[in-house]
Design a protein around this ligand. Structure first.
Ligand code: FRU
Length: 464
């Protein structure tokens, strides 16, 4: 699997469609897979929702897109139809308004027959759509040659007569002024109101490479979005193409694709590739974006082992041993010692260790030897070393690690221990500089801590 698509909360259920190749664990013949959940924890696999139609604008793939409810109250999707080198927006409506299992493609697809005239675009795919007043709007992921990644804004006054889509202007274009480099093409734009601001989330594509996802918070005047701040959706190297929905309580819930870290041939042979992140809650507090796992995740908690409150040193780490299984959460509140990072080590039954290193100065967590790049100029988190204490939650699930630090910094990584079962967790400070000084400055204190076994997220096949 790759990108989450068409995320929608409909009739009490969370629907998650996703990029899916039924022919194997590699990118090709892209369909829309479909899973549904009532609690964001237990997911039921439903039949493939969209498949390429021979001799049509999506004959080579149904790429990413979004879901929305049309003027008749029918759930619909706007997705990218692929034919050869052409990527064009296509519409489909559900013929199963209860479970969204069957879809009818609009016979007039594609609904926009070419990228806008007069702009040299470097890409034209992935959709986010909404209604405002009497008009429908959508943004399409793109890039403008010589400028940067962009999200192109379109308007249609009559969605059911889709040839009416009119190009307006770039919603926003990346470039030198941005705090975080954002490549030549933006994939998978997601744009929504949050509190009294607007948020634009994009995934950065450059030179055939997928990089990371970044968010902008800012003001939208109905035509142009003006960011006032920018941050990283996730500091790891595997989180990409997130998409969000609003649920029945008005919460903004977002899920990202966790890219596989193994060689293509290894993934092919294993029969699976890629996973979805935990659902993350997005909120604005005092103008700052907060990102945290949805509170429902606590319902997965089983047996609890306490990590004692005390001072820790590299020589005297806090270590708890036990049979923690292959899915667990480590939850810590600690007072950092000056600039010394905190290391949480998970020892696996195979003898391998997964290390999560949390740097209180930058507010960034890194996992194993994963390269989190240099984002220090753009750290989401406030500098936390002067704070009294800070919270860290680390989730491990067989091959996925997600770490949430403070209230806005997350990092995901993929690891593949031979036997993932965790038999010990240790927490210790490490030197801020591995070369210059092996001493740790000041005292690191654990204020409170626990290791929880987690119940597996359940998957069920077949119709409800
Ligand atoms: C992002 C992406 C999208 C595209 C889809 C194809 O990962 O490349 O731009 O629609 O994946 O599967």
């Amino acid at each position: 699997m790759n990108d989450p698509n068409g995320m929608i909360f409909w009739r009490g259920r969370f629907h998650l469609f996703y990029q899916y190749n039924p022919n194997g664990a590699f990118h090709g013949t892209i369909h829309w897979g479909h899973a549904v959940s009532e609690d964001l924890l237990t997911w039921r696999h439903l039949p493939v929702a969209l498949a390429p139609t021979p001799d049509s604008p999506d004959e080579d793939g149904c790429y990413s897109g979004c879901a929305f409810v049309d003027d008749d109250g029918t759930p619909s999707v706007m997705y990218t139809g692929v034919r050869g080198d052409e990527h064009l927006p296509c519409l489909a409506r559900t013929t199963d308004p209860e479970l969204l299992t069957t879809w009818e493609k609009y016979p007039g697809n594609p609904v926009i027959d070419a990228p806008p005239d007069g702009i040299e675009v470097l890409g034209f795919r992935d959709h986010c759509l909404w209604k405002s007043g009497e008009s429908w709007y959508q943004v399409i992921g793109s890039g403008i040659a010589g400028k940067g990644g962009t999200a192109l804004l379109y308007r249609s006054r009559n969605l059911t007569d889709p040839t009416d889509w009119e190009y307006l202007n770039p919603l926003h274009t990346g470039g030198e002024a941005d705090g975080i480099w954002s490549g030549t093409v933006w994939e998978c734009p997601d744009f929504f109101a949050l509190g009294d601001a607007h948020v634009l989330v994009v995934s950065v594509w450059h030179d055939e490479g997928l990089h990371y996802s970044t968010f902008f918070v800012g003001d939208f005047d109905g035509r142009v979005f003006t960011p006032t701040s920018q941050g990283m959706m996730d500091f790891g190297s595997v989180f990409y193409a997130p998409q969000s929905l609003t649920d029945g309580d008005g919460r903004r819930v977002l899920i990202g694709w966790l890219r596989d870290g193994r060689d293509d041939s290894v993934a092919r042979e294993s029969g699976w590739s890629g996973a979805m992140s935990l659902p993350r809650l997005f909120s604005l507090k005092d103008g700052r974006l907060h990102i945290e796992p949805v509170p429902e995740v606590k319902n997965l908690r089983g047996e609890r082992t306490t990590v004692e409150a005390r001072r820790i040193t590299p020589e005297e780490p806090a270590t708890v041993e036990g049979d923690f299984g292959d899915a667990l959460e480590v939850s810590l509140e600690f007072e950092p010692a000056g600039e010394s990072p905190l290391l949480v080590g998970l020892r696996h039954a195979s003898g391998e260790t997964t290390n999560v290193i949390c740097d209180p100065t930058s507010g960034i967590v890194s996992i194993g030897d994963s390269d989190t790049g240099d984002f220090s100029a753009a750290s989401n988190a406030e500098r936390v070393s002067e704070k009294e204490s800070v919270k860290l939650r680390v989730f491990f699930d067989v091959s996925v690690v997600e770490a949430y630090f403070g209230d806005a910094s997350c990092t995901s990584g993929c690891v593949y221990p031979e036997n993932p079962a965790v038999i010990a967790v240790s927490v210790s400070p490490v030197s801020a500089s591995p070369v210059a000084d092996s001493r740790v400055s000041g005292d690191t204190r654990i204020v409170s801590g626990a290791v929880w076994r987690l119940a597996g997220v359940e998957f069920i096949r077949g119709l409800v």
